[in-house]
Design a protein around this ligand. Structure first.
Ligand code: HAM
Length: 419
């Protein structure tokens, strides 16, 4: 039969890969809960305007990458390209706007119509956290510390933390003017995207990776120089706190991040073990506007890409967790034995035992092969004679030793296997 792949930039995740996902997800739940974060699950799609307003109309994500559709009710909806806007939309229904802190994390798929490449998917998965409602450099530092703690917990070493400040909204205009004055005389030598960015969002030029733009970007003035003293002090405090906690970081004045809601602290964690898509996590402080609200929701947070974390774990050969599972395979000879085994399987599974059995009438040999396929540690054989005598045959698959087991001891025996 012809094979059928999932759409470009998406992937099926099979059961043998799932332990890698569980490891990242379970560690996130453990680590984040120690900092007081609870899980929030928001819809996979939102009203399109949540992202347009939340992320900024001029961002690449909103302009080029969103999966937007009109539903049967004529609503414009979008598959979430990131988690922060939807989470803030949900938190608006709480007392977060009164300055009460809310700490939430989320795990799940995000969708961006980017060109698929190694480490770049159209459906990818993020683990993210948001600390909403309050603003303080201490909270920004704690957020970053939690990210580094998490990365340590999942065995990721050698990651680099890049840090920058976008200043407050009031700092934007003078900084943008300085950047425009620098780029405008050179714009003809720059790429087509940068020509548009000069008009629409000059910060994004700093993020450009195209060769012909690099020398001009390298000579750009440091936008932070024009920031208010208050904004500079805010950033200084974040840096001091991280230094005091022994967190290594590099201030990178070109780090602007791709979403417009950021203010003050922005950060990204990159790993040299990855190719061009080397960002394993990113985040920062934000003031996010939502439709029909006059005031932004404030907060600080980050998201890490699960696929990229796994790529780094693989490169670092972080051991794969293999929980010890004892599978008991019930072999049946004849229909009465099969019925008996189906009843026993039901009882054993309810008691917590992993049970496999063959429901089609097959030879003992074929059933033993099936037991090997599921890597059963124990096989228990039942036929007419065994039923008459009330004695089952037990085979230990590792030693090939056989013994007899009274029917009424089956549950006890199986429970001891897993103990
Ligand atoms: P972001 O930098 O756009 O930030 O994404 C965070 C992480 O998601 C990236 O560092 C990367 O690991 C992963 N990622 C992004 N796009 C893709 C893709 N196409 N394929 C695979 N992985 C990808 C945000 O999404 C913000 N919401 C983070 C945040 C939370 N800021 C404040 N709070």
């Amino acid at each position: 039969m012809a094979k059928m792949s999932p759409p470009p930039g998406t992937a099926d995740i099979f059961p043998d890969e799932i332990p890698l996902w569980y490891r990242l997800e379970n560690s996130a739940k453990q680590v984040f809960s120690r900092y007081g974060y609870g899980e929030l699950r928001t819809p996979i799609f939102e009203y399109t305007e949540v992202f347009q307003r939340g992320l900024g109309d001029d961002t690449e994500v909103v302009q080029k990458e969103m999966y937007t559709f009109v539903d049967r009710g004529g609503r414009s909806l979008t598959l979430r390209p990131e988690g922060t806007a939807g989470v803030m939309r949900a938190l608006l229904n709480t007392d977060v706007m009164n300055g009460n802190e809310k700490r939430v994390f989320y795990i799940g798929p995000m969708f961006r119509g980017e060109k698929p490449a190694a480490g770049r998917r159209r459906q990818f998965h993020q683990i993210g956290v948001e600390n909403a409602g309050k603003m303080a450099p201490e909270l920004d530092a704690e957020n970053i510390i939690m990210l580094m703690h998490y990365l340590e917990e999942v065995g990721i070493t050698g990651a680099k933390l890049l840090l920058n400040t976008r200043g407050g909204f009031a700092d934007r205009q003078p900084a943008e003017a300085a950047l425009r004055n620098h780029f405008a005389p050179h714009i003809e030598q720059m790429c087509d995207d940068c020509k548009i960015r000069l008009e629409k969002n000059v910060w994004r030029i700093l993020d450009c990776k195209v060769d012909c733009c690099q020398a001009i970007i390298n000579d750009a003035p440091d936008a932070t120089d024009s920031f208010s003293q208050e904004s500079k002090d805010y950033f200084k405090r974040v840096c001091e706190l991280l230094t005091a906690m022994n967190i290594d970081f590099k201030v990178d004045s070109r780090l602007v991040r791709g979403l417009d809601y950021y203010v003050h602290t922005v950060f990204e964690v990159v790993h040299p073990g990855l190719g061009a898509q080397n960002a394993i996590a990113g985040g920062g402080r934000y003031e996010l506007f939502l439709p029909n609200t006059k005031k932004p929701v404030i907060g600080v947070g980050f998201a890490a890409g699960l696929e990229r974390l796994m790529m780094v774990q693989e490169a670092l050969q972080v051991p794969i967790p293999k929980p010890e599972v004892h599978t008991v395979f019930l072999v049946s000879q004849g229909s009465a034995a099969l019925e008996f085994n189906l009843r026993q399987a039901n009882l054993l599974r309810r008691a917590g035992v992993v049970v496999a059995l063959e429901v089609e009438a097959k030879s003992i040999k074929a059933q033993m092969r099936a037991a090997n396929r599921v890597k059963a540690s124990t096989v228990i054989i039942c036929g007419e004679t065994e039923l008459e005598q009330g004695l089952l045959v037990v085979k230990d698959m590792a030693s090939s030793e056989q013994s007899e087991l009274p029917v009424d001891k089956l549950l006890e025996y199986c429970l001891e296997l897993g103990a």
